[in-house]
Design a protein around this ligand. Sequence first.
Ligand SMILES: [Zn+2]
Length: 503
Amino acid sequence: MSDGIRRIVALSVLLLGTGLLWVAGRSNNDEVNAKNDQDATLAANSERAASNDPRLKGAYRYEQGGWVYVHLEGDPASLGFQHGFLLAPEISDAFPAISTNMTHSTKRDWAFFRETARTMLWPKIDAEYQQELQGIVEGLNARTGSNLDIYDIVAMNAFEELPDYYVPWLNKREQAANPPNLKSPGNCSAFVATGSWTKDGKIVIAHNNWTNYMNGERWRIIFDIEPKNGYRMLMDGIPGVIASDDDFGINSDGLMVTETTITQFEGWDPNGKAEFVRARKALQYAGSIDEYTKIMLDGNNGGYANDWLIGDRKTNEVAQLELGLKAYKLWRTKDGVFAGSNWARDPKVLKQDTPQFDPNNLETSPNARRVRWEQLLNENKGKLDVELAEKMLGDHFDSFQKKEEANERTLCGHVDASPRGVAVWAWGQNYPGGAVQGKASDSAMAQQLRFVARMGHPCGESFQAKPFLAAHPDYAWQEPYLRDMPAGPWTEFHAGEIPVPQH
Ligand SMILES: [Zn+2]
């Protein structure tokens, strides 16, 4: 592997004897490096003291291709402590960006989200995930002296479900005057295929993550989690959050999982269980499509409602679980393809859970991408593999205008380039959001817990924050957090990998 692709440098090596290997790499983003180096220096003392903590045994991290890979292992409290400790610089950086987004869009203060986390979410979180979340707080504190507490971390973990699902439900219930225009997010383009659709007849799965660039630039963690109970998982994620959340993951019992959110979803059950808990639990404990479905349905709160795309490499079967709150539907096949780009299709889900969504308006981002997926997948029937999936995730054909133009309607989304924005998600004109990274895998790779991932727009284009902010002063409030989003190379990760430091 060339130095250009993998420029790993050993920053410091701690406790080699007990197996804690600490390496950090240089990404393309000098600002991030400067910040990380600074944090690393400031935290060096407490870090040295805390690095003797037995809970860190076996954990390590390294950087590659713009991603931070972390290996976590052990009981729930240790998984959390390792997460908080190893990703302390990234959590400290992501927390202000994520929490500012939550308070800005909802016009609710952070105390509101903490209180919601404490009273509504926390009591229904399984004990093992309570321990893991508490571990994150302790690891973070041990490394940096951070005063973020458990309710800060729980609220942050719910950043996809509280602002755009719970708050609009609450505003309606409280008949709030002039409530902010909150819409469930439109995250992602994805497909899962099997049988005669793929090159080798086995499963291919691919996903790009759509979100605002300010969060998306930070969605660059590869989690390799080897829990004491349940299956080993390899998934992408955002620092401080226990679920993949965008979501893309594979587990050691053969499940391959991703999703795209349901546009214009409405509904919330305050007595349900947080989505981030159910999603993490399902990846950790499900060994079949049925088990996955069962865990997602158990305590369904309607938060972050998704069309889940699932593959089981043991049976070569793929499925789509359209998980509404009032209705849901499961489709499955051993010879077919399911695509997602933020549209629901079951008549019951459409009627009961997304009453505002118009599946026939081909001008909107979800439907335009649905048309493009159908074209691309049909054209490539029998040829689908990971290499082709990488290209599709970076596709720039606008099916509505019938021309190449990176915008809000293309599988690789560039909403910052669109004067239309995406009204169905309440994204204004030139909203700084779109596809922020991509991942793909197949049955053979999943068997070895491997996938490929590319940070930044999957097409390889980089986003530049300064010229964007200069041209679009409406988004000046993001200035403290919005950074360049350089595209990295497609990079392969596998569970248990420890790179050899290069000099
Ligand atoms: Zn692109």
